[in-house]
Ligand binder design. Structure first.
Ligand code: GRF
Length: 195
């Protein structure tokens, strides 16, 4: 299964996928890593000798133009599935139109609770005693697509956004690896989610 992973940050979820795909038995390959900025996580791609590309959001005068370039880059790599893992931008409509439902996203909350860019902060602010991690199919909404895997993560007294996020991320990584395995072995067929 050919994966292109899109990131904006440290890429800890990406690293987990790259680590897993070092095992020859792992039925998926990260064929390229893309980013909307010079993300720290690109170092993981370099470490594993995986091609990467940057489409700097700030270099384009519109989301549309940025999306066109991102789409052109994605087409180069012929992904079977596009994995958003810490991409902090909404995918442009033309990218969703071309690849959905073969686009999955990891989110550090128990969707549909706390969607959006600050799911960890929002859960903390809401004072809940448990939040979670989710892997969903990307649709044209914000973290609104069908849920493929999710698991609860406890909020501990005294948690900060950072400590809570660090407790959520390992669960996210596990769910992401499991989802990729399910996609590769047919347990999950994304075609069932075609709008
Ligand atoms: C992850 O929790 C992801 O779900 C969220 O932002 C975080 C990115 O972490 N969108 P990393 O870049 O994978 O370390």
């Amino acid at each position: 299964l050919r994966l292109v992973v899109l990131i904006s940050g440290g890429g800890s979820n990406l690293r987990a996928l790259l680590d897993a795909s070092q095992d020859a038995e792992f039925p998926a390959r990260v064929v390229a890593v893309g980013a909307d900025r010079q993300a720290d996580g690109l170092a993981h791609a370099e470490h594993y000798g995986i091609p990467s590309f940057v489409v700097p959001f700030t270099s384009f005068d519109s989301r549309e133009a940025w999306g066109d370039e991102l789409l052109a880059q994605l087409r180069e790599w012929q992904p079977d599935v596009v994995v958003l893992s810490g991409l902090m931008r909404l995918l442009p409509a033309q990218v969703v139109a071309e690849y959905a439902p073969a686009i999955i996203n990891t989110h550090p909350a128990y969707l549909p609770e706390f969607p959006g860019a600050h799911g960890v902060r929002d859960a903390l602010a809401a004072g809940v005693t448990e939040t979670g991690a989710s892997v969903i199919v990307v649709d044209d909404g914000v973290d609104s697509g069908p849920i493929l895997h999710q698991r609860r993560v406890p909020v501990e007294p005294g948690d900060t956004e950072a400590t809570l996020h660090e407790r959520i991320k390992p669960v996210e990584r596990e769910l992401l690896i499991q989802t990729v395995l399910d996609l590769a072995n047919g347990t999950i067929d994304l075609k069932e989610y075609r709008a």
